[in-house]
Design a protein around this ligand. Sequence first.
Ligand SMILES: *[C@@H]1O[C@H](CO)[C@@H](O)[C@H](O)[C@H]1NC(C)=O
Length: 395
Amino acid sequence: MAITTNSNHFIFIFLLALFFFQSSSSSSYINVESFGAKPNGESDSTASFLKAWSQACRSGEQATIYVPQGTFLVKPVTFDGPCKKKVNFRIDGTIVAPRDYWSLGNSGYWMLFTKLDGVSVYGEGTLDARGSFFWHCKKAHQNCPSGARSISFSWSSNVVVSGIRSMNSQTMHIAIDHCKNVIIEKVKIRAPSGSPNTDGINVQFSTGVTISHAIINTGDDCISINQGSTHLWIDHIACGPGHGISIGSLGNFEKEEGVENVTVTSSTFTKTENGVRIKARAQPSTGFTRDIVFSKLIMNNVFNPIIIDQRYCPGATSCDHHQNSGVKISRVRYEEIRGTSRSKVAINLDCSASNPCEGIKLQNIKLTYVKGSETSSCINAAGTASGYVIPKSCL
Ligand SMILES: *[C@@H]1O[C@H](CO)[C@@H](O)[C@H](O)[C@H]1NC(C)=O
């Protein structure tokens, strides 16, 4: 008899535990449809997403917002913190922006995650900003809004973006600003090659950013790294079409923070305008970049495989090409870079007369011009070459 009671107790406690476990885990898994989001691509699901966020953010345990299969229409939203615990955003469906580009165009962002410590956006899903009418407007120089970034993270730490696809952003697809400890992995970014300013991933004022195993086809830089970025690791990127991976433009401001300790490795560039580029505006600035490594890269038919451009001056408003760039570039290593160049000058190091490049290293480079003999060009650039260097080093 005593034994039966004990085992009954045991079963009772077991069921009770199971009940609490299940109820707690279901409360931390928040389907946006339970807040009224409709997967029909037409109903505005913005308010439902925000309600889901607010519940997840207030949750005393790690919560996961779930966007299931289907198409959800969402207007500009801010997912802001601080939150009690880490918040996960699992996207398996498709999130689309409204067709009218004015709806995003003036906010500067579509989805903004801000002031968070611990946020993860992942899944097999897609974000489609439907930017094509906006690009047409800009190209036609009509009265257009300034444009929105698709996914932005600002003032946050411990950020993970994994697996998702971002398409047709009005401007940058993924923007990291004032963040710490960021991992972006296995993302796929796609916009047409002619789409203006649709950078794949942009980083600024951030430290400890890893970007890996990404496929980026776009109309501007695959990855751009701006002022105040330190300790970046970038590997296994398939870039192209696009403008390559750029540090800069730097020197946009007279007082500017530097870019330090960036590695780009094990990546492929296919039919891009540039491979690895450092660009700085031709005007005075406190900006600098140093301790940069570009290694194990393959260039397939790339116009400027290796380029430093300190005469950058688009639109020629405040600067002109003959002004010296104040940006100091030093300790940049190019190693194990091979493939084909679509222009004759496969290595082009055009540095500032007042701030010459120092500590440039070229090692084991083989870049051949597709239509003849390749050359290298150095202006105000100092450093060393070792191993084989084709085209012949100008350092
Ligand atoms: C450079 O950045 C990497 C992360 O990409 C980090 O592991 C390393 O410690 C940094 N090096 C220095 C000297 O800070």
